[in-house]
Design a protein around this ligand. Structure first.
Ligand code: GLC
Ligand code: MG
Length: 236
């Protein structure tokens, strides 16, 4: 019976310091054996990009993998995403509708095809333009009747997702799936696309020492006792 669920972002959170990751992996394997641990990776990457990362870094095999910023969930090496999760995201989502609006915003540069998903429309956006553009985009999408989740992270990436399609929602869905309480759950991240992990509910959080100012600013504005601000970067 698992006692503990660890949900962690990958780039610049779990991954970034190879020797710290190797040490953490040792500890996690020990906890997995002795006390029961469920390990979930939650990334903005696609499945194929995650597989590529696994060839470069010493990654443990997770119990579940959340890709595309919470919009796809995979179990045990299966390459088909959880259909129940996909069905939930499908409600009220129109990818074509989203693109019919974004087409009017010339400053949005479409990300590579590999970064697009059935429930994720991703663009690049200059940080100097973002503050002015994002509220206008939000209004335009709302007027079109599209209730979506707009996430700007890393000072360059804009993801438009179904309303219930972020990392926080996926984490809570998996808590239900595995039958783990919020108090037994720890979430970890470094950037804005991890914010939903920290704001979803009473789960405990770790913001890594190398977190981006965007996430630290959010944390300052929404202080929570259950979030630990680490000194060490990444897996450390
Ligand atoms: C990853 C994805 C990209 C996304 C970004 C932020 O880099 O590849 O599509 O925009 O994470 O969520
Ligand atoms: Mg990250």
């Amino acid at each position: 019976m698992a006692k503990f669920l660890l949900v962690t972002d990958l780039d610049n959170t779990l991954v970034g310091d190879r020797s710290a990751l190797e040490k953490l992996n040792q500890k996690l394997m020990q906890v997995r054996q002795e006390q029961g641990l469920l390990l979930v990776y939650s990334t903005g990457r696609s499945l194929s990009s995650f597989n590529h990362l696994c060839k470069q870094e010493p990654m443990l095999i997770p119990d579940a993998l959340v890709t595309a910023v919470g919009t796809e969930i995979y179990y045990g090496g299966c390459t088909t995403p959880d259909p129940d999760w996909s069905a939930k995201l499908d409600q009220g989502w129109s990818r074509d509708g989203v693109f019919s609006i974004t087409a009017h915003f010339n400053d949005l540069v479409l990300q590579r095809e590999e970064n697009q998903g059935p429930y994720k429309a991703s663009f690049l956006l200059e940080p100097t333009i973002a503050a002015d553009l994002l509220p206008r985009l939000d209004v335009a999408l709302q007027i079109r009747g599209l209730d979506v989740n707009i996430i700007y992270s890393g000072g360059q990436n804009l993801d438009i997702l179904p309303l219930r399609g972020d990392k926080g929602e996926a984490m809570q869905y998996l808590r239900g799936h595995f039958g783990i309480s919020a108090a037994q759950t720890v979430v970890c991240g470094d950037s804005n696309n991890d914010q939903a992990l920290f704001s979803a509910g009473p789960e405990r959080g770790i913001i890594v020492g190398n977190a981006r100012p965007e996430l630290l600013r959010w944390h300052q504005d929404h202080p929570q006792d259950d979030i630990y601000l680490a000194n060490a970067p990444s897996a450390g």
